[in-house]
Design a protein around this ligand. Structure first.
Ligand code: SAM
Length: 237
């Protein structure tokens, strides 16, 4: 495997290889991830942006949420008080175990909030056929090999009229690599995504009402990175 995978590279490893590298990396790093400087704040700001920009989505009496690539729950915990249920899904067992420990430690109800280890493929039987009001996915799109495939898979878990919210690193004007080089082995999209990239990805997945906002800027080990939040809505049948 190449050490360095520029975002435009056509010779990327098979998606399963990238997923396995991510699984191993986050299994080992789950604890350290919570202590990564500034990361808790990035997740907090992204969660608060979801709540303040799209209040129509969140209702603690009836909103069911899927948090894909949920990690240790740093984003999810912002949404727990505003949802009827949250299911976190992540490829890393280490991350999922810390997520479920966080649920207990922070006094949330484990019958409504829990995480499972899985890599979703979009099959009917997955998650027992559950359909949710919102799928959220933060700081993980740059880890996925096929963004189009993953977006279609996430949309397949939405009810009609439900929303996909994706937060990730924004491509800068020069399209330079923003992700620190230490992470190139598990990150195929090292330059992040532009607003136009996201609009096209969401449109190809059949989403409507595209919306896009810059939410925060953070220093990722020496490089300033802007994080965006994009929303798309699944059409009614
Ligand atoms: C930077 S962390 C973000 C965690 C969380 N969303 C947050 O905002 O705190 C990226 C997460 O993506 C997960 N991940 C990477 N590739 C994945 C895949 N193919 N399927 C599911 N999870 C994946 C990793 O295990 C890791 O927990």
């Amino acid at each position: 495997m190449s050490d360095k995978l520029p975002s435009h590279c056509n010779d990327q490893p098979h998606s399963h290889d990238i997923a396995s590298v991510n699984e191993q990396h986050y299994d080992l790093q789950a604890e350290a991830f919570d202590e990564y400087p500034g990361y808790e704040e990035i997740s907090r700001v992204i969660g608060q942006a979801m709540l303040s920009k799209y209040p129509d989505i969140f209702d603690k009496e009836c909103t069911h949420i899927l948090d894909y690539a949920c990690g240790t729950g740093l984003l999810s915990r912002q949404l727990w008080p505003h949802a009827r249920s949250v299911i976190g899904v992540d490829i890393s067992k280490g991350a999922v175990d810390r997520y479920n420990l966080r649920v207990i430690n922070e006094g949330a109800d484990p019958s409504k909030i829990r995480a499972i280890r899985a890599e979703l493929k979009g099959e009917e039987s997955e998650l027992h056929g559950v359909k949710v009001d919102a799928v959220v996915c933060a700081s993980a799109y740059h880890h996925f090999t096929s963004i189009d495939d993953m977006t279609r898979i996430l949309v397949s878990f939405l009810k009609h009229g439900g929303s996909l919210l994706v937060a990730d690193i924004m491509k800068n004007d020069q399209g330079e690599e923003v992700v620190p080089s230490d992470y190139y082995h598990d990150v195929p999209h090292t330059a992040g995504f532009s607003e136009e990239d996201m609009r096209q990805i969401f449109t190809r997945a059949g989403l409507k009402n595209f919306d896009f906002n810059r939410v925060t800027t953070a220093n990722l080990e020496g490089t300033d990175a802007t994080f965006f939040l994009a929303r798309g809505v699944k059409r009614h049948a």
